[in-house]
Ligand binder design. Structure first.
Ligand SMILES: Cc1cc2nc3c(=O)[nH]c(=O)nc-3n(C[C@H](O)[C@H](O)[C@H](O)COP(=O)(O)O)c2cc1C
Length: 159
């Protein structure tokens, strides 16, 4: 089974998880999404910038990538939670890429308020089959149990 890990990470938590998945499945390909507008911002500025995009349904331009989704049967999609939803970069990826007939494993990273992020993402990906989805509370900071959770999760994908 050919695996693609696709994720967005603004501050490194989802990247931390994606790196650990890659350690457990070195055979997987990895696509880290980035928007043309990505740059470090101050504490309040980043919430205004990110929150506004989510609430307005913005789909920002992504930096170009070279992945053919048709090569993969199994797709892991990871997103930070922004304003109770998945990030605009993931919304752009879903809009740009026809993802159908895949098995999908979702994960999100959040600060304690994941809301219905995983359900919303699932709804945006109709026509696919889903394995268990998992969430992580800012895993770079709260590392306890993260590796065990990942070991169990990745093993549950079989083959
Ligand atoms: C614009 C913005 C909005 C956020 N909204 C939420 C939220 O609604 N709920 C929550 O629990 N965390 C929220 N967070 C915190 C992030 O989800 C959390 O820090 C996550 O681990 C970051 O992942 P990353 O490091 O991969 O970017 C928000 C962060 C940003 C920058």
């Amino acid at each position: 089974m050919k695996i693609l890990i696709v994720y967005y990470s603004y501050e490194g938590d989802c990247a931390f998880i994606a790196d650990k998945i890659k350690e457990l499945r070195p055979d997987a390909d990895v696509l880290r999404l980035a928007t043309e507008d990505d740059k470090p911002r101050g504490f309040f500025a980043k919430y205004v910038w990110g929150g506004k995009q989510v609430l307005s349904g913005k789909k920002p331009a992504l930096k170009s990538y070279n992945i053919d989704i048709n090569e993969y049967e199994f797709v892991v999609i990871g997103t930070p939670v922004w304003a109770g939803s998945y990030t605009p970069a993931i919304a752009s990826f879903i809009a740009d890429t026809k993802i159908e007939g895949k098995t999908i494993a979702l994960f999100c990273c959040h600060a304690g308020g994941k809301g219905k992020t995983l359900e919303k993402l699932k709804s945006a990906l109709t026509g696919n089959t889903f394995t268990d989805a998992v969430d992580f509370l800012e895993p770079k900071k709260h590392t306890a149990g993260v590796q065990e959770k990942l070991n169990w999760w990745v093993k549950s994908w079989q083959s």
